[in-house]
Write a protein that binds this ligand. Structure first.
Ligand SMILES: C[S@@+](CC[C@H](N)C(=O)[O-])C[C@H]1O[C@@H](n2cnc3c(N)ncnc32)[C@H](O)[C@@H]1O
Length: 216
């Protein structure tokens, strides 16, 4: 199996990606910031256009933001430059092969991305390697299969937009994946993410985990 997604969806949508930001997403990003707090160094995996990196940069000393798609990173870099934010380092890099030493991050965020990866277990394995033993993983991920309505809403939107989710998680199946990759789930809840114009939205699993102690 070829590991990388090799799709052009993110390149095609980079310039308009931020149009999806609305009040529910802004509230989610603030919550991530609050849960992480004022730590030293944070990694934003599959950072896209930097939606969460830019928020975290206000609170932590150093953010490393990576994404496989150069056009997404270029939008994020431009936004950081325009806001004169200097404590984010941007990297075009795969979540499957992190170019960082072991155990250096106080927190890792993987927002809205595990379901669009072909091999989220490989990304989580790398996250487990680079996170400090005392670190925090925050992985809010769409769980389209959580309810029949959410699945229906997602499938109708995906057929129009060409969006591909490799995994249709439930919050429980997402937690099982994260636990199976060396983390202990500390908090989990489902949140409905809904654009102002929609009467019903899509379900997201908000999962916070810490590294499970390595087996001796
Ligand atoms: C839905 S976007 C989320 C972006 C951002 N985290 C947010 O919530 O605004 C998914 C991102 O995952 C990135 N991505 C997919 N597979 C990846 C991989 N293997 N390594 C790094 N980034 C990846 C895509 O390029 C895209 O920018």
């Amino acid at each position: 199996m070829q590991l990388h997604e090799n799709d052009s969806y993110w390149a095609k949508n980079a310039s308009k990606f931020d149009k999806h930001i609305h009040s529910d997403i802004e509230a989610l990003v603030k919550k991530i910031g609050n849960d992480i707090g004022h730590v030293d160094r944070v990694l934003d995996v599959a950072a896209g256009t930097g939606v969460v990196s830019l928020e975290l940069a206000k609170r932590v000393r150093q953010v490393d933001a990576l994404d496989l798609e150069p056009k997404m990173i270029s939008v994020a870099q431009k936004k950081a430059d325009e806001s004169r934010i200097v404590n984010i380092s941007f990297h075009v890099q795969s979540a499957y092969e992190l170019d960082f030493p072991d155990h250096i991050f106080d927190a890792i965020v993987i927002l809205n991305s595990l379901h669009v990866m072909k091999a989220p277990d490989v990304a989580l394995g790398e996250a487990r390697r680079v996170i400090k033993p005392t670190g925090l993983l925050v992985a809010p991920t769409y769980c389209h299969a959580e309810t029949a309505k959410s699945l229906d809403n997602y499938q109708r939107w995906a057929s129009k937009s060409g969006h591909k989710s490799y995994y249709l998680f439930t919050c429980n199946s997402l937690c099982a994946l994260i636990s199976g990759c060396g983390f202990e789930v500390k908090k989990k809840r489902t949140v409905e993410i809904k654009h102002e114009r929609q009467s019903q939205g899509m379900m997201l699993g908000y999962v916070v985990a810490s590294p499970a102690p390595a087996a001796s």
